[in-house]
Write a protein that binds this ligand. Structure first.
Ligand code: C5P
Length: 317
């Protein structure tokens, strides 16, 4: 059967913990983070084409490059290179014979906010990897796809994996965190009227820490215990993010957003990754609806979205 196109659905992430260590010589920061995939998805379709191209529609589409800089196209190129290397290593033909020899038309339908601290671009890259692996019939395992993903960006491997996972290194070294069967958390996402650049937020953190000795980042026993028990009250109390202070310094209005959610009874409230999206934990689906309504009427964000987690990683649909 000739496959004419493949569509992959991929989740956004929030960070339940983001502990940031000192700046490394390579310009990245060592991290210990706990990624959690939530039910806010982009859909990415790939189809054979003469040359590579990308079109983007939906949430924030105007801010996403429709050229070779697009993370999804970078992921396509990274996969081609990885496949060519493998073909070379096994002597299985020339690079031109690699399954990715033809171009790919990528179509991205966005719901994940752009530059929102939810790894939307990384999600699109992960989806492109999973989609091309299917389109080309290359049969890489999830672990092999994660290895290619790590070369594209720090958060891309997690979007392939999904669910909940501890991230170390730049965030690309992943260890899944198992939850009791059937655990579902009810989140409310507050999408901000604005954007934050991830490198700027890391730089702001470095400036705030100037002259201080920065300890190596650590995992939190309280957070892991809460996740193992599937206890939303303990989870709400254990949420932390070292990038929250620098994000608030660059985007002071977020403080009102966080306060409004806590006032409305959220079990926990945090800036997601480098922001400016904020997320809130509710005890139940009903509480999440109440919280979402309260946040909407407080007028402290551009849009409010309920979401559940953990969500599956990038999947062919
Ligand atoms: O890996 P990615 O392209 O997503 O990272 C974007 C930027 O975020 C990096 O260039 C770096 O400035 C910053 N970053 C960092 N430490 C990390 C991850 C990202 O400083 N662990």
């Amino acid at each position: 059967m000739i496959v004419t196109s493949v569509t992959v659905r991929v989740p956004a992430k929030i960070n339940l913990r983001l502990a940031v260590g000192p700046l490394r010589p390579d310009g990245y920061h060592g991290l210990v983070t706990v990624f959690h995939a939530v039910s806010l998805f982009d859909d990415v379709t790939v189809a054979p084409a003469e040359t590579d191209g990308v079109t983007v529609s939906g949430e924030g589409a105007g801010l996403v490059p429709e050229n070779g800089d697009n993370l999804a196209l970078r992921a396509v190129r990274a996969l081609r290179e990885a496949l060519a290397e493998r073909a070379g290593a096994t002597g299985a033909g020339e690079v031109a014979d690699a399954p990715g020899g033809v171009g790919v038309a990528v179509t991205i339908s966005k719901r994940i906010p752009v530059a929102g601290g939810m790894a939307g671009g990384s999600a699109d890259a992960a989806a492109a990897l999973v989609a091309c692996n299917e389109l080309w019939g290359t049969g890489l395992s999830q672990r092999e796809l994660c290895e290619v993903a790590a070369t594209v960006g720090s958060d891309v491997a997690f979007a392939v994996l999904g669910e909940t996972a501890v991230g170390r290194g730049r965030g690309e070294l992943l260890t899944p965190v198992r939850a009791p069967a059937g655990t579902t958390y009810h989140w409310v996402l507050a999408l901000a009227d604005g954007h934050l650049s991830t490198p700027r937020v890391f730089h702001a953190l470095d400036r705030q820490r100037q002259g201080q000795k920065v300890a190596d980042p650590e995992l939190s026993a309280e957070l892991i215990q809460a996740l193992k028990e599937g206890d939303p009250v303990k989870l709400g109390a254990a949420l932390t993010n070292d990038l929250q202070e620098p994000a608030l310094a660059l985007f002071p209005a977020l403080r009102k957003t966080l306060d409004a959610g806590i006032e409305a009874g959220a079990l926990g409230a945090l800036v997601s990754g480098s922001g400016p999206t904020c997320f809130f934990l509710a005890a139940s689906a009903n509480d999440a609806t109440t919280l979402a309504n309260a946040l909407s009427s407080a007028g402290v964000s551009r849009a409010v979205r309920p979401a559940t987690g953990p969500a599956a990683g990038a999947r062919v649909i």
